[in-house]
Design a protein. Structure first.
Length: 205
């Protein structure tokens, strides 16, 4: 979420900042855009200024137009994978709670109370349940995800890792790092994993 938001803001600010039109932005361009954002945005509630500054991964993706070399991507993904904190044992929680989390886009907004439970906003980008009338198409359809892949511990770890930090599997993925950013808790991610994998979940019916 943070990376995608930064990229969108960079593009919008670049269009309005008087920077010369060019196909590729360089480090100097992004520095100027970041300086404008730091000047014009202000912290409010839970929305702090650290959301504006891109981390090393986002900088690398920005400078490579989201297409780093295979070698660079592999190194970035390995670093991101090291951030994933996998719980031991079964990683499937309650799919009914997972459904609520997938439907909710709340979390880390300036007017949210500190410690308030966040949502995954999964339907902004993915199709999951056939009963949902509206969903985004930025990400692939996840309809039948568990039905096609099973519920092995290996698959649970894969689904958990993807939700926790998608950039560990695709360095410049636009999917938010829901666990890494603290948007979702360990238990919430387990519940989303259950929503994806449990045979009783609408995703797999």
């Amino acid at each position: 979420m943070k990376g995608a938001l930064q990229l969108c803001m960079f593009a919008a600010l670049a269009a309005c900042s008087g920077l010369p039109e060019k196909k590729h932005f360089d480090e100097k361009d992004f520095g100027e855009i970041e300086a404008l954002m730091m000047r014009d945005f202000h912290p409010r509630g839970s929305a702090k200024m650290d959301r504006i500054a891109p981390d090393a991964l986002q900088k690398a993706c920005n400078l490579a137009d989201n297409a780093p070399s295979p070698e660079a991507a592999k190194a970035l993904e390995a670093q991101q994978f090291s951030t994933i904190k996998f719980p031991s044992g079964n990683l499937m929680g309650d799919w009914k709670n997972g459904q609520k989390i997938a439907q909710s886009g709340r979390g880390l907004q300036w007017n949210d109370k500190p410690g308030a439970a966040g949502g995954g906003g999964c339907y902004n980008c993915h199709q999951l349940s056939p009963q949902e009338a509206s969903y985004g198409t930025l990400g692939p359809s996840l309809l039948g995800f568990g039905k096609q892949r099973g519920t092995s511990l290996e698959m649970q770890r894969y689904a958990y890792g993807r939700v926790y930090n998608a950039k560990a599997y695709n360095a410049c993925s636009q999917m938010p790092r829901l666990g890494y950013s603290g948007t979702l808790t360990e238990q919430q991610i387990k519940d989303v994993v259950a929503y994806l994998l449990d045979p009783a979940s609408p995703v797999n019916r």
